[in-house]
Design a protein around this ligand. Structure first.
Ligand code: S3P
Length: 468
């Protein structure tokens, strides 16, 4: 039962400058993990700053279906009860309380688990179920049902899970809907990641939590490390060592997790849209408060700075074990760059926004080595090439990226209707492109924005002086 919000077309006319201060909602990756680990701790965890996007709510619903109690407590007027380090205005002041079932305590869900649009929910929860004596069916929307699950099926099957993917999808690497029968006790493995994927790494580590012995993941290319940080924070025995083959991450199984008070920092992947918008719309001066700056996530900031962006970090601090700062970004002329391919893992979700920045830079920006973009919520290379191309931006699509010829700061032609393809980041990126276009840009459906950034358009209105 996957619900489809009705299509929500939106036409963006040029506007600006963007001026003011906004806070971005909680980090999506950290929000998923905070719910999952809290659901496995014994006792009550509290989560502040949780992203209340559809993807994270899908994770919450699935964990409830497997026995966890998850309740949202509305914010106390006046902001009382805030945890340390959250003095900045926050989008979400509510506290979420989670009563966990203990590692190994997940229960048989009565119905299929509806993952909606969320790859992170699907792949991480598959890991959790894999080492529990339960069977779960995972379903999702049209976008998610086209995404490769073989990358998690393969290691989880080695640990003993029995997985039946959608008939006919085997040759394509396995697709939803799929049924996963966990094995308890599962078999610990040592697994070298064939693709740089934090979701695959996390699925194996989460399966390892309830597996006797030591489960090891070897990561030749570093990806976001929120799972490792949070597992350690919950009291699991986890070690990370460098080796010639890459990072070796070892989790000791049959762990007991202790409940925590978690403060989720703001999502750098959501901040990305404001960093690009303020950089390209003349006269802009924006402070994006509470942005998580985990070094495995800051590739876009590095790339934009190479292009000449004016981004300053204010009030650097640590929130919930993650580095955080407020980012002040002012309009600046951007120059084309060759995006270093080794930045790819730390900006993998930010390429659509980077392609928009490139559309306004002086010269030809070349981004290669980002093949994974083709298996995100949409094929983001094809989607952005089609969308920017329709808006009159000269570009060349490559198998693993794109070359974009920018406008040297001028407005792009615009005047097109583009397809967001059930992909939130395409919808938000093209909204930003439309802010500095000669003719309006219509997005056929902005409903997917609610998966990761439900307040995106409210913040856009606030920054452009159109607050209700
Ligand atoms: C995520 C990992 C990345 C990223 C996704 C969130 C995570 O996916 O694109 O938005 O939370 O672990 P991959 O693991 O497929 O690279």
């Amino acid at each position: 039962m996957t619900h489809h919000a009705p299509s929500q077309p939106l036409t963006i006319e040029a506007r600006g400058p963007l001026v003011g201060r906004i806070a971005v909602p909680g980090d999506k990756s950290i929000s998923h993990r905070s719910l999952m680990l809290s659901a496995l701790a014994v006792g009550e965890s509290r989560i502040e700053g949780l992203l209340e996007g559809e993807d994270v709510l899908a994770t919450a619903a699935a964990l409830r279906a497997m026995g966890a109690t998850i309740v949202k407590e509305p914010a106390v007027a006046g902001g009382g009860g805030r945890a340390m380090g959250t003095a900045a205005p926050r989008g979400e002041d509510a506290v979420w309380r989670v009563h966990g079932v203990g590692v190994g305590g997940l229960m048989q869900p009565a119905q299929a688990l509806d993952m909606g649009n969320s790859g992170t929910s699907t792949r991480l929860l598959m890991g959790l179920v894999a080492s529990h004596p339960i069977t779960a069916t995972f379903t999702g929307d049209a976008s998610l049902s086209g995404r490769p699950m073989g990358r998690v099926i393969e290691p989880l099957a080695r640990m003993g899970a029995d997985i039946t993917a959608s008939p006919g999808s085997e040759g394509k690497g396995g697709r939803l809907p799929l049924m996963l029968r966990g094995l308890c006790p599962a078999v610990p493995i040592e697994y070298t990641l064939p693709v740089a994927s934090a979701q695959v790494k996390s699925a194996i580590l989460l399966a390892g939590l309830n597996t006797p012995g030591v489960t090891r993941v070897i990561e030749p290319v570093a990806t976001r490390d929120h799972s490792e940080r949070m597992l350690a924070g919950f009291g699991a025995t986890i070690t990370v060592e460098d080796s010639p083959a890459g990072k070796v991450i070892a989790i000791h199984g049959e762990a007991e997790l202790k409940p925590q008070h978690i403060v989720v920092p703001g999502d750098p992947s959501s901040a990305a849209f404001w960093l690009v918008a303020a950089s390209v719309v003349p006269g802009s001066d924006v402070v994006v408060a509470n942005v998580g700056l985990n070094p495995t996530r800051t590739g876009l900031i590095a790339a934009l700075r190479m292009m000449g962006a004016d981004i300053v970090e204010l009030d650097p601090r640590v929130v919930g074990g993650e580095p955080v700062a407020d980012l002040r970004v002012r309009h600046a002329p951007l120059s084309a760059i060759e995006v270093p391919p080794d930045l790819a893992p730390s900006m993998i979700d930010e390429y659509p926004a980077l392609f928009v920045a490139a559309a306004f830079a002086a010269g030809r920006t070349v981004a290669r080595g980002a093949h994974e973009l083709r298996v995100k919520e949409s094929d983001r290379i094809a989607a952005m090439a089609a969308a920017l191309g329709a808006c009159g931006v000269p570009l060349e699509e490559h198998e693993d990226g794109m070359t974009v010829t920018g406008s040297s700061g001028e407005a792009i032609p615009g005047g097109a209707t583009i397809a967001s393809l059930l992909d939130h980041r395409i919808a938000m990126s093209m909204t930003v492109a439309g802010l500095h276009a000669r003719r309006p840009v219509t997005i056929d459906d902005v409903a997917p924005v609610a998966t990761s950034y439900p307040t995106f358009f409210t913040s856009l209105d606030a920054l452009t002086g159109r607050a209700a």
